[in-house]
Design a protein. Structure first.
Length: 488
């Protein structure tokens, strides 16, 4: 007997012959084709105006999807970013897929938008779609200060894929939401990260990503929110959304890898430089900075910032919006299909930390209202495993330092803890006291200035900025001095 793949659905080929690569038979739907073809040049205008600054004529060693199954979907080649084959790619259809949760559990998954959930669904697509271009805008100027060609290539890989994630949401909006959908797809290209009059929709996506450490932290913490949200949407009873998100998730893993390995390489280089120079105290910031590397306390402050800002992206812990989306079968829990319960949560409770009368207490709440709280818990435990891997890098050194996550109530703007001032250890302070101490917990202007001072471009093949160690291995098994980006 020959070995069979466990995926028995036939792979739908990606059509690269016509204008827009796709595996959704785009060219059979004239109305949609016209809408996407109208949107495409506007997307390119956005990319040129707000995507990576410069480098548009450079040849970048990028991966492009050639298939949509988790194994072996990518080819690598040098391409100019504006020529990247953005397209519409959905994971293969699962025959007879059923809705897995909520009041429609067990009914066939929807292939069209259920009328009663139209606006709920549209809102989720808009929010998801808004974050993708926002992150590209936030990272627009990083190319100019890349620590190596390898890192520059990774930045651009992340950028083009976030661009494709925008395509994914623009496709769903234009295919399933008629004229409103077309307008919303255009609006996704009009809002701008950090803009005063047309900002992006969620807080963290209007923050700056001013240096490469911020970029690595962002891809570790914030792209991981992307993963959690996409996992929840991949459970959706609306099948086109589920298939879209399943394919997006295969791209997401690399983004988090870029962040995790970027921070690990930074810590490795810092501790190496300290050892070589005989600096024994990690808190002797002046001595460490003299070596031109990033001191560990500043790294901790960056963790505090990016973690707390990202927690806000989960919305309020107690949320009827999220409960409605769950009961409707539109947005599930993290890996809903491997949870063992009735998937309806009619009588279940969930235990979560709340802030009541300015005190932090554990409370049991109806589980259906605590969907966001649960996803937040799943996110935090996912982050914790990454942190353990970082701390292993530190354990191998002679320094007594660990990176810790701040308390979940620290520095929050959204949800349960938005009205209290909490230290990284979970102690409630008066706002005034908290503000006096915040420079100990969050990057100060001086810290930011120091980081900026390190951001000098290194573009010689095989060379790395002094503050970061080279990666353990290259992309697609390429050697260290490979020309990941050919600058012209
Ligand atoms: N900022 O009941 P609530 C990614 C609003 S990242 C501003 O608390 P709900 C990526 C909310 O809209 C993943 N406003 O929470 C990563 C609502 O307003 P309306 C992105 C906020 O509804 C890196 C009100 O407050 N995807 O992909 O459950 C690079 C009350 O809402 C915020 C998704 O988020 C905030 N932080 O919302 C590239 C998935 N939080 O409607 C990409 C789709 C809440 O009353 N979105 N509000 O005016 C959702 O599932 C949900 O909308 C949220 C939480 C998770 C955002
Ligand atoms: Fe994305
Ligand atoms: Fe991402």
């Amino acid at each position: 007997m020959t070995e069979q793949s466990d995926d028995t659905t036939p792979t739908i080929e990606i059509n690269y012959a016509d204008g827009i690569p796709n595996n959704v038979d785009l060219y059979a739907d004239r109305r949609l084709q016209r809408a996407m073809e109208k949107w495409h040049p506007k997307f390119l205008d956005w990319w040129n105006a707000s995507g990576p600054d410069g480098f548009q004529t450079a040849d970048v060693y990028l991966r492009t999807a050639v298939g949509v199954d988790p194994k072996g979907w990518a080819v690598f080649d040098h391409v100019k970013m504006p020529d990247y084959r953005w397209g519409i790619l959905l994971a293969n259809k699962i025959e007879d897929r059923k809705i897995g949760f909520g009041r429609h559990k067990g009914e066939p998954a929807w292939q069209e938008v259920p009328g009663e959930y139209r606006s709920l669904l549209k809102r989720l697509l808009i929010i998801q779609g808004d974050t993708e271009p926002a992150s590209v805008e936030q990272q627009r100027y990083l190319g100019k200060t890349c620590p190596s060609l390898y890192d520059l290539r990774n930045l651009f890989q992340v950028n083009v894929e976030e661009g494709r994630h925008l395509w994914a949401m623009a496709y769903l909006l234009q295919k399933y939401f008629g004229r409103d959908g077309r307008e919303e797809a255009e609006a996704l290209l009009e809002r701008r990260s950090g803009s005063a009059d047309k900002p992006r929709l969620l807080g963290a996506f209007n923050e700056k990503t001013p240096d490469w450490l911020s970029f690595f932290m962002f891809t570790f913490f914030t792209d991981r929110d992307g993963k959690m949200q996409l996992e929840s949407l991949a459970q959706s009873g609306f099948d086109p959304l589920s298939r879209t998100c399943r394919f997006m998730l295969t791209e997401e893993a690399h983004h988090m890898y870029v962040g995790e390995s970027g921070v690990a390489r930074t810590m490795q280089r810092t501790t190496q430089a300290m050892t070589e120079a005989g600096v024994t105290d990690p808190y002797d910031i002046e001595a460490v900075r003299k070596l031109g590397v990033i001191d560990l306390p500043t790294l901790q402050k960056k963790v505090n910032f990016h973690f707390s800002v990202t927690l806000d992206l989960f919305g309020s812990e107690i949320s009827t919006n999220a409960g409605n989306a769950f009961s409707a079968g539109i947005k599930g829990r993290f890996r809903e299909d491997s949870i063992e319960d009735d998937h309806q949560l009619l009588n279940d409770t969930y235990s979560l930390l709340r802030c009541i009368n300015k005190r932090l207490v554990m409370v049991d709440e109806p589980a259906v209202n605590a969907i966001n709280a649960r996803l937040l818990d799943d996110y935090i435990s996912n982050v914790e495993s990454g942190l353990k891997r970082w701390n292993r890098v530190l354990e191998k050194t002679d320094f007594d330092f660990t990176i810790d996550l701040p308390h979940r109530a620290f520095n929050r703007r959204i949800g349960e803890f938005s009205n209290v001032s909490v230290t990284p250890d979970g102690e409630i302070l008066t706002t005034q006291k908290w503000q006096q101490q915040q420079a100990d917990w969050l990057p100060s202007e001086e810290d930011e200035r120091y980081l900026q001072s390190l951001m000098k471009p290194v573009v010689e093949r095989g060379a790395y900025a002094n503050w970061i160690a080279p990666p353990k291995s290259g992309i697609n098994k390429k050697p260290g001095d490979f020309e990941y980006v050919a600058l012209h």
